[in-house]
Design a protein around this ligand. Structure first.
Ligand code: CMC
Length: 429
C-alpha cells in the first residue's frame, strides 16, 4: 500500500524517520527532528539560490517549465494575451476571478482616478541627476511614496491594502513616464483620464505641444499585450524580494521598491536592455557565429536566453514574437531583428544550447519591439516593472492573508572562525 511519506535513515545514528509528503514536498522543518544528540540543532536543508525550495503556497500563477506552460489563475497566457486586456488581467491576478462588467468598470474607475501623484513627487524627482537611470529613479520614487501615504502601514486593514493596491497600479506608470521625461529634460505630462491604461502611459511619455495626444491604436494594443505577458511569473527574484520585505509587515510601497531593485539586475528584468546592447555590439549578421563561439567558450552570456524555470521555449517569448509583426507594420522593422533571428536560429540548432535547454526568454525580443516603438533602452526594464507591479501586489496580498507566513528569515551554514580573543591593533602582525 503506497503511503504519502518519505522514510529517511540517518546513517550517523541508524535511526529511521517517516516524513509526510504533501503536494510533492516535505516540510524542511520536519528535518529538524533528525539529530545526533539532544543539543544538536537538527538537520537543515542547504539550498543556495532556492533551486529546490518552495517558499509559499500560491494560487496565482502556474508554470510548467518543461512544457512551456504559463497560466494566471488557471487561464493560459496565450488566451489572455489574445482576448483580455491588462487591467482585466490585473484584476484577475489580484481578486482571483475575471471581473464582471460592473466589477471591471469599478476597478478601472479606481485605477484611472489614482493616476495623479502629489506635486511634491515632482520636486523630489527633480533632485535626480539628468542622466540618472530610470530604474534607479523608479525604485527611489516608489519607495518615497510610502512617506506620502502613512496609512499604508495598516497592512492588516483590508481597505487600506486595497487602496494602496489601486494607488500603486495607477501611479507606477505616471512615475515611470516622469522618469523618462526627466532623463530628456522634458516637462512632465499629467495623466489623461480619457485614455486607456497604456494609451495614457504613451501620452505621458510622448505628448509634446498637441492639445490631446492620440496614441497609435496598434502600439497601444501591443503595449497592452506586453503588459499582460509581464504581469506575474510566480516566485522569481523580484517577487521573492517583495514577499521577503513584505513579510516584515512594512508598507507595500517599500516592498514593491525592493522588487524593483531586484528586477533592475541584468540577470532578471534588466536583461531586455542587455539584449539590445548585445545586438548593437554584434552589429551585423556575419558576426553572429563569432559571438556564439565566445558564448560557448564561457566568455559571456547570450542575453535573453535561458531561464531558471523554463527548459522549453518561454511562452511569453512566443507571444511577443507574434505581436512583433503588428508593431513592425506600423514602425518599420528594427534592423537589429535580423541579428536576433540569426542568433536564435543558430542557438536553437547548437548542441551547447540544446544540451542545457537554453531557449529564448521573454526578454529576447521585447527590447527590439520597444526600440521600434521609439522607446530608449534605459526605459525597457521600467516597462517590465509597470505590469509586474500588479503581480507583486497580488503576491503581497496573498502573503498577508496566509496564516502560515511569518517573517522570512533563512538559516545559514556558518563557515567562519569561532570564538577568538580580540587583539589590540598594536599587537597585530
Ligand atoms: N548564455 C550562455 N550560457 C548560459 C546562459 C546564457 N544566457 N544561461 C545559462 N547558461 C549556461 C550556464 O553557463 C550553465 O552552463 P554549465 O552547466 O556549463 O555551467 C547552464 O547554462 C545552466 O545555467 P545556470 O546559470 O545554472 O542557470 P540559472 O537557472 O542559474 O540561471 C538565468 C538562469 C536566467 C539567470 C540564466 O539563464 C541567464 O543568466 N540568462 C541570461 C540573462 C537573461 O536573459 N535573464 C532574463 C531571464 S527571463 C526574465 C526574468 O524573469 O527576469
Amino acid at each position: 500500500m503506497p503511503s504519502e511519506t518519505l522514510t529517511v535513515t540517518d546513517n550517523r545514528t541508524g535511526k529511521t524517520y517517516e516524513l509526510p509528503i504533501s503536494d510533492g514536498t516535505i516540510r524542511a522543518t520536519d528535518l529538524r527532528q533528525i539529530r545526533i544528540s539532544p543539543d544538536d540543532f537538527g538537520l537543515m536543508s542547504y539550498d543556495p539560490a532556492f533551486m529546490n525550495t518552495a517558499s509559499c503556497r500560491s494560487a496565482i500563477t502556474f508554470i510548467d517549465g518543461d512544457q512551456g506552460i504559463l497560466e494566471y489563475r488557471g487561464y493560459p497566457i496565450e488566451q489572455l494575451a489574445e482576448q483580455s486586456n491588462f487591467l482585466e488581467v490585473a484584476y484577475l491576478l489580484i481578486y482571483g476571478e475575471l471581473p464582471t462588467k460592473e466589477q471591471f468598470e469599478t476597478f478601472r474607475y479606481h485605477i484611472t482616478h489614482h493616476t495623479f501623484v502629489h506635486e511634491n513627487i515632482k520636486e523630489f524627482m527633480r533632485g535626480f541627476r539628468h542622466d540618472a537611470h530610470p530604474m534607479g529613479m523608479l525604485l527611489g520614487t516608489v519607495g518615497a511614496l510610502s512617506t506620502f501615504y502613512p496609512d499604508a502601514k495598516l497592512i492588516n486593514d483590508a481597505r487600506s491594502r486595497e487602496i494602496q493596491t489601486h494607488r500603486l497600479i495607477a501611479k507606477v506608470p505616471t512615475i515611470s513616464a516622469f522618469c523618462y521625461r526627466h532623463s530628456l529634460g522634458l516637462p512632465y505630462v499629467y495623466p489623461d483620464n480619457d485614455l486607456s491604461y497604456t494609451g495614457n502611459f504613451l501620452s505621458m511619455m510622448f505628448k509634446m505641444t498637441e492639445a490631446k495626444y492620440q496614441p497609435n491604436p496598434v502600439l497601444e494594443k501591443a503595449l497592452d499585450v506586453f503588459f499582460i505577458l509581464h504581469a506575474d511569473h510566480e516566485q522569481n527574484a523580484g517577487t521573492n524580494a517583495v514577499r521577503a520585505i513584505g513579510s516584515t509587515e512594512v508598507d507595500p510601497y517599500s516592498a514593491v521598491a525592493g522588487g524593483i531593485g531586484a528586477l533592475y539586475g541584468p540577470l532578471h528584468g534588466g536583461a531586455n536592455e542587455a539584449v539590445l546592447r548585445m545586438l548593437r555590439e554584434i552589429g551585423s549578421v556575419d558576426r553572429v557565429p563569432d559571438f556564439i563561439k565566445g558564448v560557448k567558450n564561457g566568455e559571456r552570456l547570450l542575453m535573453g536566453f535561458g531561464h531558471r524555470v523554463y527548459k522549453n521555449y518561454d511562452p511569453r517569448a512566443r507571444a511577443i514574437k507574434k505581436a512583433a509583426d503588428s508593431v513592425f507594420e506600423v514602425t518599420g522593422v528594427n534592423p537589429l531583428l535580423k541579428i536576433g533571428l540569426e542568433l536564435e536560429r543558430i542557438a536553437l540548432e547548437d548542441d551547447y544550447f540544446i544540451k542545457r535547454k537554453l531557449y529564448p526568454n521573454v526578454d529576447f525580443f521585447s527590447g527590439l519591439i520597444y526600440e521600434a516603438m521609439g522607446l530608449p533602452a534605459e526605459i525597457f526594464t521600467v516597462l517590465f516593472a509597470i505590469p509586474r507591479t500588479a503581480g507583486w501586489l497580488a503576491q503581497w496580498l496573498e502573503m498577508t492573508a496566509d496564516p502560515e507566513q511569518k517573517i522570512a528569515r533563512p538559516r545559514q551554514v556558518y563557515t567562519g572562525q569561532r570564538r577568538r580573543d580580540y587583539i589590540p591593533v598594536s599587537q597585530r602582525g
